[in-house]
Write a protein that binds this ligand. Structure first.
Ligand code: G3H
Ligand code: 13P
Ligand code: ZN
Length: 311
C-alpha cells in the first residue's frame, strides 16, 4: 500500500468515535518506534513533519524513511506537513511526496488566512493531497514562534462555516485550551478544555473532522525519570488523558503528539547514560529510546486514541 491521504482515516475516525494519532517525526528511531507500535496494534498513523524537522533532517531523508516504514509495515500511513507556514512550503511538500499538508494561517488576519488557505487547497486538491487549516491560536512554542498565554485565543465557532466553505479545507484545527510544549498549565491551575466550543463547532460542521494540536499528556513517568537524572521539569504538565479520549469520541479525528515523544526519548537516553557512563555506542542508548517511544505510542493508541485494530 502506498502512502495514503487523511480522507478515509478521518471518515472512519468520525464514524467510529476514535481519533488518529499524528506524531511528529525527526529521525529514524522516532519513526521506527511509532510504526512498530502501529504495527503491533494494527493502527492507522499520521507521521508529521514540521518546518524545523525538514531543516534538521532534510526533506528527502524523511520522505524515504517514511516510505520505508510503509513498505515494512503495510500500514495506512499519511505523511503530513505540520504547521506549514506559507504556500511555498506547502507546495514543496506536495511536489515532494507528502499526502497531506497543514497551512497554518492562524496568526494572520481572518481574510488573509482564508486567502492563503484557499490557495493551498486549490493546489493540493489538484494533486490529490488533503489540507488542514487552523482557526484560533494556541499558546506555546512551535518552530521559532512563541505565543504567550495572553495572546492565545479560542476559536470563534461563528467563523467556522464561512472558513471551511470558502477555503475547501479537509479538516480544521481549533483552539479550545490545549497548547504546545510540556508546560501547558500554570502550577496549581486546573487543566480545562472548552468542550462547549468543540460541541458548537461540531454542530455547525456536521461530520467534519476536527484537529487538536498541543495534545500531549506530558506523561508523568517520563518527567519523573528526566528529573531523577538531572532534568529540571518539575512544573511540566499536559492534557489529562481522559479529556483527550472524550475529544476523540466527539468530532476530533486527529490528535497531535510531539512533546510526549521528546520526553520518552530523552528520559530513556538520560537513564541509560546515567546507568552506563562508560558506553558510547549510539545504538546502545537509541535502542531503549526507540523502545520507550513504542511503548508510549502503544499506550496512546489504547488509552487515548482508540484507533487500535482500525488499520
Ligand atoms: O507544534 C510544533 C511541533 O511540536 C513541532 O515542533 O517546530 O520544534 O519541530 P518543531
Ligand atoms: P504537543 O507539544 O502537545 O506534543 O503538541 C504537538 C503539536 O501540536 C504538533 O503540531
Ligand atoms: Zn501543533
Amino acid at each position: 500500500m502506498p502512502l495514503v491521504t487523511t480522507k478515509e482515516m478521518f471518515a472512519g475516525a468520525y464514524g467510529g468515535g476514535y481519533a488518529i494519532g499524528a506524531f511528529n517525526v525527526n529521525n529514524m528511531e522516532i519513526i521506527q518506534g511509532i510504526v512498530q507500535a502501529g504495527q503491533k496494534l494494527n493502527a492507522p498513523l499520521i507521521l508529521q513533519v514540521s518546518k524545523g524537522a525538514r531543516a534538521y533532517a532534510n526533506h528527502t531523508y524523511l520522505v524515504k524513511l517514511v516510505e520505508a516504514a510503509v513498505l515494512e509495515t503495510g500500514l495506512p500511513i499519511a505523511l503530513h506537513l505540520d504547521h506549514g507556514p506559507d504556500f511555498a512550503t506547502c507546495k514543496s511538500c506536495i511536489d515532494g511526496g507528502f499526502t497531506s499538508v497543514m497551512i497554518d494561517g492562524s496568526h494572520l488576519p481572518y481574510e488573509e488566512n482564508v486567502a492563503e488557505t484557499k490557495r493551498v487547497v486549490e493546489y493540493a486538491h489538484a494533486h490529490g493531497v488533503t489540507v488542514e487549516g487552523e482557526l484560533g491560536q494556541l499558546a506555546g512554542v512551535e518552530d521559532d514562534v512563541q505565543v504567550s498565554a495572553e495572546d492565545a485565543s479560542y476559536t470563534k465557532p461563528e467563523q467556522v462555516e464561512d472558513f471551511v466553505g470558502r477555503t475547501g479545507v479537509d479538516s480544521l484545527a481549533i483552539a479550545i485550551g490545549t497548547s504546545h510544549g510540556a508546560f501547558k498549565f500554570k502550577p496549581g491551575q486546573k487543566p480545562r478544555l472548552r468542550f462547549d466550543i468543540l460541541e458548537e463547532v461540531a454542530r455547525r460542521l456536521p461530520g467534519f473532522p476536527i484537529v487538536l494540536h498541543g495534545a500531549s499528556s506530558v506523561v508523568p513517568e517520563f518527567v519523573a525519570i528526566i528529573n531523577q537524572y538531572g532534568g529540571a521539569m518539575d512544573d511540566a504538565v499536559g492534557i489529562p488523558e481522559d479529556m483527550l479520549r472524550d475529544a476523540a469520541r466527539r468530532a476530533v479525528c486527529k490528535i497531535n503528539i510531539d512533546s510526549d515523544l521528546r520526553l520518552a526519548m530523552t528520559a530513556a537516553i538520560r537513564k541509560y547514560l546515567a546507568e552506563n557512563p562508560g558506553h558510547f555506542d549510539p545504538r546502545q542508548y537509541l535502542a531503549p529510546a526507540r523502545a520507550a517511544i513504542q511503548g508510549m505510542v502503544e499506550h496512546k493508541i489504547e488509552a487515548v486514541l482508540g484507533c487500535g485494530g482500525k488499520a
